[in-house]
Each structure stands twice: as C-alpha cells, then as structure tokens.
Design a protein around this ligand. Structure first.
Ligand code: IMP
Ligand code: MG
Length: 173
C-alpha cells in the first residue's frame, strides 16, 4: 500500500467528464476520417477510454508503455520504452493520448520516435499540463486542464501504482 493518501479533490468527476466530452467534440471536428489513437500506458487508460466513447465515428487504437518515473514523485529524467505498438503508423492520422505533461521529456521522446515512423499527421492530447515544470518546450495540441505544480493522482494517474482507479483528480496530502 502507498504511504500517502489523497486529501483534496482538484478536478471533480463531473468536471473531468464535461471537459473530456468537449475535447472529443473538438478532436472529432479536426479528424473527419479515422483517428488512430495511441494511448500511453498506464496513466492514460481512463482518459482514453472516456475520450473514445465520446468520439463517435471511425477510431482505431493502439497502446504503448513507457516508464519515466520510478517509484515516487520525482522524475528519473530517463524515458524507457516498455511496450511498443502492434501496428505500423505510415499514412495514419495519429493522436497520442497522454495523462499529463510535466517536464515534457516523456512526450518529446514519444513524438520523436513516432514521427520517425511516417504517420500522415501526428498530434498530442494530454488531460493535464503542468507548464511550470517544463524542461522542454513540447507541443501539445489538446490540453484538458492546466494545473499548478502539485503531484496529482486518480483518473489513471498513480503514486506508487495506487489511486489510478479514482474517478477524480486528487492532490496527495
Ligand atoms: P514528464 O516526462 O516529466 O513530462 O512526465 C510525464 C509522466 O510523468 C506522466 O506521463 C506521468 O506518468 C508522470 N507524472 C508527472 N506528473 C505526475 C503527477 O502529478 N502525478 C502522477 N504522475 C505524474
Ligand atoms: Mg504517463
């Protein structure tokens, strides 16, 4: 069990649901044809699953896993590919779906390796962004919420593999 507990709700379940629905509408308007979604495991699993439910139309999915944070709340600064995609990207309109952009190291790494695979287009959707922590100026096309420099959990995000199942975003106490 994790040794810290979430104390306060930063973004409630209804706020999340409303914003994800808005993002889906915006994304669908930008992708009249198929959108090939790459969800970054594990953190993006809940955001992705709510997002695609509201997208309608043509959607294909693949998953990738990277590890950037070891155990705890500080970045190791090192990104490792843990699970690669099952399908090729050439000619596809690809949308990376991430939980949070913090320093930007993970996303920069992902955008570089995916761009090299020849998609027709490549964009990124992040549920959360902590701009004050950015080390690399990475481009994020769709941002759900901009938040302060607080370590957050829930709605897919973890602390030591706990709290991913919370339906809201909370701040650890
Ligand atoms: P970055 O490479 O520093 O941008 O970190 C991105 C990754 O770190 C995210 O995909 C998360 O897995 C993790 N991360 C960053 N901030 C938080 C947080 O506040 N809570 C939980 N995970 C976080
Ligand atoms: Mg992540």
């Amino acid at each position: 069990m994790a040794d810290r507990t979430p104390t306060s709700v930063l973004i409630s379940e209804p706020q999340l649901q409303d914003r994800v629905r808005e993002l889906a509408t915006q994304i669908r308007a930008d992708y009249p044809e198929n959108v090939h979604i790459i969800a970054v495991l594990k953190g993006a699993f809940m955001f992705m699953s709510d997002l695609v439910r509201h997208l309608g139309g043509s959607v294909s999915l693949d998953f990738m896993a990277v590890s950037s944070y070891a155990k705890g709340t500080t970045s190791s600064g090192e990104v490792r590919l843990v699970k690669d995609l099952d399908t090729a990207l050439d000619g596809k309109d690809v949308l990376i779906v991430e939980d949070i952009v913090d320093t930007g190291l993970t996303l920069t790494y992902l955008q570089e390796i995916l761009q090299a695979r020849g998609p027709r287009s490549l964009r990124t959707a992040c549920l959360l962004s902590k701009p004050s922590r950015r080390k690399i100026d990475v481009k994020v096309d769709y941002v759900g919420f901009t938040i302060e420099d607080k370590f957050v959990v829930g709605y897919g995000l973890d602390y030591a593999e706990q709290y991913r199942n919370l339906p809201y975003i909370g701040v650890l106490g």
